[in-house]
Design a protein around this ligand. Sequence first.
Ligand code: PGA
Length: 242
Amino acid sequence: MNVHVLENEEAIGQAAGDLFCALVRQKPAAVLGLATGISPVPSYRRMIAQYAAGKVSFAQAITFNLDEYCDLPREHKNSFFSFMQRELFSQTDFLPEHINFLDGNTADEFAESERYRLAIEAAGGIDLQLLGIGRNGHIGFNEPAENFTVEAYKTALTASTIAANSLYFDDIPMPHYAMTMGVDSILRAKRLILIATGSSKADAVKAMLEGEVTPRCPASALRRHTDVTVYLDPAAAALLRK
Ligand code: PGA
């Protein structure tokens, strides 16, 4: 893995956002794997700034988001669909018909998983996937488990994830389930970027990069991929040996 320690979130957002912009300039109909959370926001700001400056257009790009809450209307402000509208899509020229999400309100999670797998395959696969990492080492909503997961599925969120995300839910209780792409489907992306900032991620970053490859740390699966770039700030990198 290519590990870069940059001075702060802004420098990381610039570097990661520029990788997305460079890809889309070179391949306008690129397939982008996108993520929610605090970590990707500076990258999205950079993409918005490059779009506003006329340096890139996302009008042909296709997006697939990693995950979505279950039992939450898509229009609710805390859905990942709403998050992406706010933080990226509404401020750029991504076309609604090119934007793809798992349906967290599906009545048939298996059919929904298959629909998503086929849609990604039909688009030619994900060219560049953006990831954050949970404090427990999760990627997407793949929580520590006995086995690595495969395709998209419905998962129960762990107490650690609920604690980390429930502060955003000020009107209704946070959902306890989500639909998420599985680890194998994430690893099918041609290229991946993982961003981690802050000391709360330092243990997970160390486990991902220096621990064993184990489903107890889902992010460690990235070590099986040949093209992963990891951007860390000094706090997230603090426990690394080298
Ligand atoms: P964060 O979430 O970027 O909000 O820290 C990352 C994650 O939980 O995957």
